[in-house]
Write a protein that binds this ligand. Structure first.
Ligand code: NAG
Ligand code: NAG
Ligand code: NAG
Ligand code: NAG
Ligand code: NAG
Ligand code: NAG
Ligand code: NAG
Length: 329
């Protein structure tokens, strides 16, 4: 049994992630529920100050904050009893969250077709993009927004308008957005996206990295460009379980060296790609083998890394968030 997967960076520094995870939040046995120690399909996650995790507790219609290694979370947005709604206090399937440096939250509220700003410690939020409860494809409406990214230097947010197959850009305080990627129907063409979920803003190249769940690839779309270039996966949208293919990628994270981490949900694994490489390495989960053991995942939707490259993974169908420690020897 292999416990550690080792990979080499450009210089001969040995990097590895322990392939045995630790349940950092939720129940290790996969139990779901609305109690403060449980989740129902955790989705997007973000790291906050003081070793905290903010977790979009999707099917519980709330955002939970967990201090790392605590036994319970607290509800910081939405209703703690899991009831859905469409108001300043109630949510309907929140999918992902980003924080500013003061832990104020910006999150997508998927089935309310909006983006909510919720100040740290506030008891209610404000719709800052979209029209609460109304779907559409105009420049101030969304259809099932899922991913969100933020440029911390300007405050501009980028929203994966998932069911409209496009990415919207909202400048600070803007009442409508601009299509910056896609918007040409779902498909594998280079001007199209197909169910974009996760995305991340890459300030070094002024571009977005976007996970297309339906066309099983990660593409780079430079802001201002009219098409994408392929970063990972099939150019034509094929799915697969080899080291160069993906199957329904959802979450994507970039580390400071430009390496990419993908929540390859349909393959039940987290794939690691060195910057510029098409060949990935499985660093968590077992390809094609969903399960509840500490080395398995079941449809992981999100992955983030902390400043030591430890992984936090939303093990979505197991109702838990898993921690995989990073080694540098
Ligand atoms: C990997 O993590 C598991 C679970 O925490 C731990 O028991 C094990 O000792 C770790 N393995 C190594 C080689 O550190
Ligand atoms: C955590 O939540 C569980 C389930 O609701 C509860 O029984 C327990 O008392 C809580 N523990 C703490 C430390 O709040
Ligand atoms: C959480 O627990 C793990 C395992 O015991 C430990 O390695 C880690 O340092 C802890 N993290 C924090 C932030 O307390
Ligand atoms: C959940 O909490 C809200 C706000 O306190 C309350 O109005 C609602 O009735 C509760 N729902 C259930 C099912 O308990
Ligand atoms: C949004 O669309 C409306 C109607 O088409 C248009 O009048 C307006 O200028 C657009 N706003 C922006 C910021 O593109
Ligand atoms: C955005 O709106 C807030 C509240 O009205 C205001 O304080 C802030 O200065 C505005 N920021 C920009 C960049 O317009
Ligand atoms: C990978 O996919 C191939 C083709 O669909 C399949 O035969 C094989 O069993 C899969 N491998 C794993 C580990 O799931």
């Amino acid at each position: 049994m292999l416990y550690i997967s080792f990979v080499f960076l450009a210089t001969p520094i040995l990097h590895g992630w322990n392939t045995t995870g630790i349940t950092a939040a939720g129940a290790s046995d996969g139990s779901g529920g609305t109690a403060p120690n449980l989740f129902s399909q955790p989705y997007g996650i973000a790291l906050g100050s003081f070793d905290s995790l903010y977790i979009a507790d999707f099917s519980n219609n709330r955002i939970q904050k967990w201090l790392i290694n605590a036994s319970n979370g607290t509800t910081v947005a939405g209703l703690s009893n899991g009831t859905a709604g469409a108001s300043s206090i109630a949510l309907n399937l929140p999918a992902s969250v980003v924080l500013d440096s003061n832990d104020n939250m910006y999150f997508t509220d998927r089935d309310n077709h909006r983006v909510v700003y919720w100040a740290n410690g506030a008891s209610s939020g404000t719709t800052i993009a979209g029209i609460t409860g109304t779907s559409g494809s105009t420049n101030n409406t969304f259809f099932g927004p899922c991913g969100i990214a933020r440029d911390s230097s300007t405050g501009t947010i980028y929203i994966a308008d998932t069911f409209n197959h496009r990415i919207m850009q909202y400048l600070v305080n803007a009442s409508s957005g601009t299509v910056v990627a896609g918007g040409n129907g779902a498909g594998p063409g280079t001007t199209q996206l197909a169910y974009p979920y996760g995305l991340t803003f890459d300030s070094s190249s002024n571009s977005l990295l976007i996970a297309n769940a339906q066309t099983n690839n990660i593409v780079r779309w430079v802001l201002g460009a009219s098409s994408w270039t392929l970063v990972i996966g099939s150019p034509t949208g094929l799915s697969g379980n080899t080291s160069t293919l993906l199957n329904q990628p959802i979450g994507i994270t970039l580390d400071p060296m430009g390496n990419i981490y993908v929540a390859d949900s349909g393959n039940h694994r987290i794939q690691f790609f060195f910057a510029g490489q098409f060949n990935g390495i499985t660093i968590a989960g077992v390809t094609g083998s969903p399960g509840i053991s500490q080395s398995q995942l079941f449809s992981p939707y999100w992955v983030i890394v902390d400043n030591q490259l430890n992984l936090y993974v939303s093990d979505t169908f197991n109702n838990r968030v898993q921690f995989f420690s990073h080694y540098l020897t």
